[in-house]
Design a protein around this ligand. Structure first.
Ligand SMILES: [Zn+2]
Length: 334
């Protein structure tokens, strides 16, 4: 993946701002799910006794992304059991989630480091010590055992939902199989560490394992909970591990629009503290012409490298110098 930067020419400081977003979702009390016969807190595995895949739905990879926690909490409270294969329902970064405060909701993404950047055998087997590594090591046997993983996330900025399917054809096909959400983003992950979605067999084209990461919308928007719910039921339904009549009921009010594939080509890295977008973008906007200005980095324009360039998860507020401000993608016909 190419990296686009503009030359820094100014040291003007941007004001520290955050998007003004109401916290509409209530963080669920998940403490009843702490103890588990699996032997690992907050990880529950149910075996149907019938042959079938091991399917895993995970929430709270990031501690303040509560839509996934609402869904997994509800499935556990309802006592959902698989009709075939095995079902694992889990909450990942509990330590970060326990610090979630609706008055300061941005602070609890992680404790020591990003839980979703440690997923290589070298890092997990290494000498590193952090709250997140400890938890990742505890979760690892379940991730190793799962054939299919849905990792439920949400976004910092208000943006339409996207399914992140990784770089492989098998991930792209799986995202289309689910039918929701509309936008599918194929990417190679992040330079600063490996995601759970890309770990082990999930990232191996020769393996039958498959994983998806859904970004359900802004972290605390009510709609993100519905997106997480629909995506989870579509995932469980497609894998045939739950009652199909229930799947149909749960998806009856899901928006069905033709899906589209966006392949990430570039990461725009902010090279100066005064990086700013040319317009207030919220994500998935299409820049019609190559050369159109997307942003300014100092006084250097950042231009669209090709026609119909899609902006993926722009960070318009408070982007840190040296970090990705937006990723760019091409629409691909399927
Ligand atoms: Zn996340």
């Amino acid at each position: 993946m190419a990296t686009i930067t503009a030359t820094p020419t100014t040291t003007t400081m941007t004001t520290e701002t955050r998007p003004q977003v109401a916290v509409e979702l209530l963080a669920p009390d998940i403490t009843p799910h702490r103890r588990s016969p699996s032997g690992t807190d907050y990880v529950h595995t149910f075996d149907s006794g019938a042959a079938g895949p091991h399917v895993m739905v995970n929430a709270l990879t990031h501690g303040n992304e509560i839509c996934g926690a609402i869904v997994v909490d509800r499935l556990l409270r309802e006592g959902l059991k698989p009709t075939r294969g095995r079902l694992t329902l889990s909450f990942a970064n509990i330590a970060a989630f326990e610090r979630f405060d609706p008055q300061n909701p941005y602070a609890s993404r992680f404790v020591d480091e990003d839980f979703n950047r440690v997923w290589t055998p070298a890092t997990l087997d290494g000498n590193g010590k952090s709250v997140e590594l400890t938890r990742a090591r505890a979760l690892r046997p379940f991730i190793d055992a799962a054939d299919y993983l849905l990792d439920i996330h949400s976004m910092l900025e208000p943006s339409p939902p996207v399914m992140i399917c990784g770089p492989l054809e098998k991930g792209i096909r799986f995202a289309f199989d689910l039918g929701v959400p509309q936008s599918i983003v194929s990417d190679v992950g992040h330079a600063n560490g490996t995601r759970m979605r890309d770990y082990g067999g999930f990232g191996d084209p020769a393996s039958a394992k498959n994983a998806l990461l859904v970004e359900c919308g802004q972290h605390w928007e009510r709609s993100s909970e519905r997106v997480a719910w629909h995506t989870t039921w579509s995932f469980l339904g497609k894998l045939g591990v739950v009652d199909p009549a229930r799947v149909e009921r749960e998806l009856a009010d899901a928006a069905r629009v033709p899906q589209r594939l966006i392949r990430v080509t570039d990461a725009v890295v902010a090279n100066s503290p005064s990086f700013r977008f040319a317009k207030a973008f919220s994500g998935l906007e299409i820049i019609p012409r190559a050369g159109d200005v997307i942003a300014w980095d100092g006084d250097q324009p950042v231009r669209a490298p090709y026609d119909n360039c899609v902006l993926i998860m722009p960070v318009p507020h408070n982007v840190k110098t040296g970090l990705t401000a937006v990723r760019l993608g091409r629409l691909e016909a399927r």
